[in-house]
Design a protein around this ligand. Structure first.
Ligand code: GAL
Length: 682
């Protein structure tokens, strides 16, 4: 599609046919270009096994085509109809505790159950055969937010096959899982089960392998549908919408290589941190997309359920958050959903057309956004980011295991802090996978990377030897890929690189005092949650513990290695202290007013500066160029209204390289390109 995609999930099956005509008229008024149709329409499409009722969908697609609106046609497999569960009891998911769930919500399926696999492929084929030549068809949207867990016997059988392929022999599996502990040694593959509810602590390596398996098994279900869609419509892109959350057993780095366009859903759940969370999600999507365009497939137009209560979006926030996504490479903005439902489980979730109808603040904001987006369509090219954060879902999964030294040392907290500190410092962050290409980045942050394989340790070492700067934080590199501790002192995989040896971990109940060395900066700072007994083995101490069991021992270190430097932070710092460490590592905060976000894009001879004001006061930034939002020229300076934004086509100096590729994928599909750092003055 030319231009930016704009629209949302459109669920006409919830409405009488006369409403469809109003829908298309309103979509045109709002500048909608693309709608996702049919995500949850399986029971309307196949009301009984093998009997398809396409008439209504024919009419919907014809209406949309006549209105000039393209369709992102969904396969409805995220919500099997009632008949399916009744006919195929064995295809309903089973919890770890052994409860078989019933139909009544959505996502009641098991991706390993043969009847579900067959029914999914059958409905995908029927849709593709029917609509392969329909003029509205622009893209396939397989399923919805893959992420359902199951522990049934089909899963157990598939898990065993997966384990055979991964470990080769039972001896290797027993060794990898350390099954000698607590008498868990397996003598036959059939003895192995998914990690179902058990008496006390489960085996961490078994739980980790299960999450890896679930990601692969789910991906297999996606691939089966994609194969059918490819066969029948080779030129139509296929995607699915990624969602990021602790319940999602999907390794997005690996999945990203399987979609033609990375698409994410994003629902910030903390009103005060919504802008920060939006930047985080969009930076992740950009990384998964390997620097290629991606798409914000869902966001909320109004009120959104956050798990405990409903949150409304503030006036102007719909556009502000959308522009944050576009700044980071989204080729548009889509919503859940077009029209707020009048009943059903999510009746109170906002829509682009709210319950109040088009005469509403929300619809007016939607219409204004529809007019704005075409003005931003010219923006292409890489997002300028030369600092990356290492993001490894397997380390995350491993750190979620019970039985670790501290349940407070949470991977996502560490990851979010790294991003937050950069974001507040005005630094646009990239994300990279440990096996990805790191050379485009000047500095790489490594928050709590618990699992480090030998290959990752070699890659990180090579990165530093060649001149890179690494900032590693506590509880990194201590375990191998089977979640087994590396012996001989921590952080086993990174000891030499960091020039330290950690003899023991000391999780903290109370904060501990740390005294930075050197004259600049605060006299003392605090460390919390975690501390370590660090011995210098070539590194220099930048700060030391003061008082307590570790009095006088190093807390923050720096080691010169090859042409680069490796920093180590052995405790959790607050954001200010972490910011100071980053400054020492060569990532100074940008001189922008607090609450103002800048993102730079660079295309072929053109640069764009996205400037977003997240404060309640007017702000001024230094820039010369043309604001695509208002059409006004800025000469040296531009004023941003409270909550306002500008997208300035500028000929200002660009001092960072245009990184157009990112480390993308655990399976070595990195597409990073290193460009020379050049000062482009026009
Ligand atoms: C998404 C989902 C949508 C809708 C939305 C509500 O995760 O894909 O179908 O449920 O959440 O926030």
């Amino acid at each position: 599609m030319d231009g930016l995609c704009y629209g949302g999930d459109y669920n006409p099956e919830q409405w009488p046919e006369e409403v469809w005509h109003e829908d298309v008229a309103l979509m045109r008024e709002a500048g909608v270009t693309l709608v996702t149709v049919g995500v949850f329409s399986w029971s309307s499409l196949e009301p009984s096994p093998g009997r398809f009722t396409f008439g209504w969908l024919d009419r919907v697609l014809d209406l949309l085509a006549a209105g000039g609106i393209k369709v992102n046609l969904a396969t409805p497999t995220a919500s099997p109809p009632p008949w399916f569960g009744l006919a195929h009891h064995d295809a309903l998911p089973v919890t770890a505790g052994g409860t078989r769930l019933t139909h009544g919500s959505r996502d009641t399926y098991c991706v390993c159950a043969p009847p579900y696999r067959e029914a999914s492929v059958r409905v995908a084929r029927a849709l593709a055969e029917r609509y392969r030549d329909h003029p509205a068809l622009a893209m396939w949207h397989v399923h919805n937010e893959y992420g359902t867990w199951c522990h049934c016997d089909h899963v157990a059988a598939a898990f065993r096959d997966w384990l055979r392929a991964r470990h080769g022999s039972l001896d290797a599996l027993n060794d990898a899982w350390t099954t000698a502990f607590w008498s868990q040694s397996y003598a036959d593959w059939d003895e192995i089960a998914p990690p179902r509810a058990t008496q006390y602590l489960p085996n961490p390596a078994q739980s980790l392998d299960f999450r890896r398996f679930l990601s692969d098994a789910t991906l297999d279900h996606y691939r089966a549908q994609k194969a059918v869609l490819r066969e029948l419509t080779p030129d139509v892109p296929v995607t699915t919408n990624f969602v990021f959350g602790s319940w999602v057993p999907v390794n997005n780095w690996e999945w990203a290589g399987e979609v033609d366009l990375v698409a994410i859903d994003h629902y910030p759940d903390d009103r005060e941190r919504a802008a920060e969370q939006t930047a985080f999600a969009a930076d992740l999507a950009r990384a998964w997309a390997g620097g290629r365009p991606w798409l914000l497939m869902e966001q909320a137009a109004g009120i959104v359920y956050t798990g405990t209560r409903m949150r409304a979006k503030r006036p102007g926030e719909i556009a502000l958050h959308t522009v944050q996504h576009v700044a980071r490479g989204s080729r548009g903005a889509m919503f859940f959903q077009w029209r707020a439902s009048r009943g059903g489980s999510e009746l109170w979730h906002g829509g682009m057309v709210p319950h109040a109808g088009p005469d509403s603040r929300i619809f007016r904001e939607i219409r204004d956004l529809g007019r704005l987006l075409p003005r931003l369509a010219e923006v292409e090219g890489g997002v300028l980011a030369d600092v990356a954060i290492l993001w490894d879902p397997e380390s995350w999964w491993a750190l979620e295991a019970p039985g670790l030294p501290s349940q407070e040392a949470r991977y996502l907290d560490a990851l979010h802090q790294a991003h937050r500190v950069l974001w507040h410092g005005g630094v646009t962050a990239g994300f990279a996978h440990p096996s990805g290409e790191l050379s485009p980045y000047r500095v790489v942050l490594v928050p709590s990377l618990y699992l480090v394989s030998d290959a990752t340790a070699r890659a990180l070492t090579a990165y530093v030897e060649q001149g890179g700067t690494l900032v590693v934080s506590f509880f990194s590199g201590v375990a191998d890929e089977h979640a087994r501790v590396r012996l001989g002192g921590h952080p086993g995989a990174l000891r030499d690189l960091l020039g330290i040896r950690v003899e023991e971990f000391l999780p903290l109940d109370e904060p501990v005092t740390i005294r930075p060395h050197g004259d600049d900066g605060p006299p003392t700072i605090n460390g919390s949650i975690w501390s370590e007994r660090v011995e210098l083995r070539g590194a220099t101490a930048l700060a030391s513990y003061e008082g307590g069991d570790l009095d006088g021992l190093p807390a923050i270190t720096r080691h010169r290695h090859g042409a680069g430097r490796a920093f180590y932070v052995s405790t959790r710092l607050d954001d200010d202290a972490y910011t100071a460490v980053l400054a020492a590592a060569g990532v100074p905060a940008e001189p922008v007013p607090a609450g103002v976000e800048l993102v730079r894009r660079s295309g072929d001879g053109v640069n764009w500066l996205f400037a977003l004001n997240h404060t309640a006061a007017e702000q001024e930034i230094a820039v010369t160029g043309t604001d695509l939002v208002t059409g006004a020229s800025a000469d040296d300076a531009l004023r941003l209204a409270p909550g306002g934004f500008a997208v300035v086509r500028t000929r200002d100096v660009v001092v960072q390289p245009a990184i157009t590729g990112y480390a993308c994928g655990a399976r070595g599909s990195a597409t990073a390109s290193q460009e020379d750092v050049k000062r482009r003055e026009q």
